[in-house]
Design a protein around this ligand. Structure first.
Ligand SMILES: *Cc1c(COP(=O)(O)O)cnc(C)c1O
Length: 485
């Protein structure tokens, strides 16, 4: 070989690493700039030109051109949830630890379904950490999943296996008339889990909710009657779903009372703690909202919401991890464990779920813990709750705005003008939500509650400050004055 020999790169590595490295460094700088200046970048709708720039044309131009495309055409068009006045739905805001972890994970490019490597070790350690944080017992364990929806599907599968036995893996559920129960405002992913597992959504019976001090929760007296009736009709009650952090209002079920109830009735007790479970890291009084979570048979929650880990990362935690293995284990012979080497690692996440090839979820969660620790993550969560309470006070002080419910955690639901009839309020609140999103001033989503549409803010962003709350409400007041209702 001489210096004049043509380079012989792989099909996909760069022809010129020097040029590619400069382009990648420039892209990293653009990412860091974007993150440092998150407060300057609200969601802005894409123009037709923006969309055209994303077209899958002019393909195969190499890494340096790609880096430029990413910086120019993708980075500016996020969802806006990195911005401090983004209060829509329930979303995480991201952080530098996540960026660094994703960069590292993409470099290693390890399959996290199993084998013996750092991220498998990290996932095992994370499960132990989660078990301790949520107060689960020594046999507890679980799996990192894409989110609460997937975790819920697996939790119902585990509950069903416990109820009907291991034979269902071979024979299916047959006509076993299983029944599950959850409050009427439970997240839709629970009914979807019943659908996907073939139980049918009607097998999930929605329990009427009654007013509690600050929110609503499933009426356990009515629930007891429903269960007695179902048993009398020959059905098999097996599952009770509770919610720690309702998307509609931020309310929490009384988890301890529900755990007692589930034990009396021999039901599997599952908790949807998608965001609310993380009040476990917060100060009093918010920490107490999730008291009793340690008594769940299964817990589903997300790292990509209140821990701000880059999407997607969720947790399924079971008191009896072995049940999950009984639901999913069964490696084919080409994946059989070995006595040493790469395949020796005993604990393969792939044995605990449906996916074999898995992405690098553990690393970005571990990174957040390593960089910030539970104290700082918890402080951000407490601060979000404080700011939601502040928003509640400000709403109450800005008549004709009015709250739908007292603020209990990090969600504030209100109307811009309580003097109007419900239908007019709905129209006004919807209009304001859309107008503020389009103007980039603030993002509120809406929620239907008590027969009308309300503005709804979920404060889950570690960048949000008191002045953001005040400015966003000022924008609402202004939009209400200029709205055409
Ligand atoms: C977001 C959310 C879900 C769904 O979780 P994903 O991570 O989006 O799958 C379920 N329940 C509650 C209460 C939620 O907030």
């Amino acid at each position: 070989m001489t210096d004049q020999d043509p380079p012989n790169p792989s099909h996909l590595d760069p022809q010129d690493w020097g040029e590619a490295r400069r382009a990648a460094h420039a892209l990293l700088d653009a990412c860091l700039d974007r993150m440092t200046q998150a407060a300057d970048h609200a969601w802005t709708p894409m123009t037709p030109d923006d969309r055209a720039a994303l077209a899958l044309s002019d393909l195969g131009r190499g890494d340096a051109a790609l880096a430029e495309d990413l910086a120019r055409h993708v980075l500016p068009h996020g969802l806006g949830n990195t911005h401090p006045r983004f209060f829509g739905w329930v979303m995480g805001a991201g952080h530098l630890a996540g960026l660094m972890a994703e960069m590292t994970a993409a470099t290693i490019n390890a399959n996290c379904g199993g084998w013996d490597h750092a991220q498998i070790e990290i996932e095992a350690q994370l499960m132990n950490w989660c078990r301790d944080i949520f107060g689960f017992g020594p046999e507890a364990g679980g799996l990192l999943v894409t989110g609460t929806s997937q975790a819920t599907l697996y939790a119902v599968a585990a509950a069903r296996l416990r109820a009907l036995g291991d034979e269902i893996r071979a024979k299916g559920q047959g006509g076993a008339p299983l029944r599950g129960y959850a409050g009427a405002s439970s997240h839709g992913c629970l009914a979807q889990a019943f659908e996907l597992l073939g139980l049918g959504r009607d097998a999930l019976r929605l329990v009427p909710e009654t007013e509690t001090e600050t929110d609503t929760g499933p009426d356990l007296t009515v629930l007891a009657q429903m269960i007695a009736q179902d048993r009398a009709d020959g059905a098999l009650p097996f599952f009770l779903g509770g919610t720690a952090g309702r998307v509609q209002t931020g309310g929490f079920d009384d988890l301890s009372a529900m755990a007692d109830f589930a034990r009396q009735e021999s039901l599997w007790f599952h908790v949807d703690g998608a965001f609310g479970a993380w009040t476990r890291l917060a100060d009093a009084p918010w920490r107490d909202l999730s008291a009793g979570i340690e008594r769940a048979d299964s817990l589903a929650c997300d790292f990509h919401k209140w821990i701000s880990v880059p999407y997607a990362a969720g947790l399924l935690l079971l008191q009896d991890e072995a049940l999950l293995r009984r639901c999913f284990a069964g490696r084919e012979s080409y994946l059989a464990p070995a006595s040493q080497g790469l395949a020796a690692a005993g604990n393969w996440p792939a044995d605990l779920g449906f996916d074999l090839s898995r992405g690098p979820m553990a690393l970005k969660i571990w990174a957040a813990l390593k960089a910030y620790g539970p104290e700082r993550l918890g402080a951000a969560i407490s601060e979000n709750c404080r700011l939601a309470a502040l928003m509640g006070q400000e709403v109450a002080a800005r008549a004709p705005m009015a709250l739908a419910r007292p603020v209990r955690s990090n969600i504030c639901v209100f109307t811009a003008d309580a003097r109007l009839a419900p239908a007019a309020q709905s129209q006004l609140n919807q209009q304001i939500s859309e107008a503020l999103q389009l103007s980039g001033q603030a993002v509120f989503s809406t929620v239907a509650l008590d027969g009308q549409i309300w503005l709804r803010a979920a404060v889950t962003n570690h960048r949000t400050k008191a002045e953001d709350v005040r400015a966003a409400l000022q924008a609402v007041a202004h939009a209400a004055q200029t709205a055409k209702i």
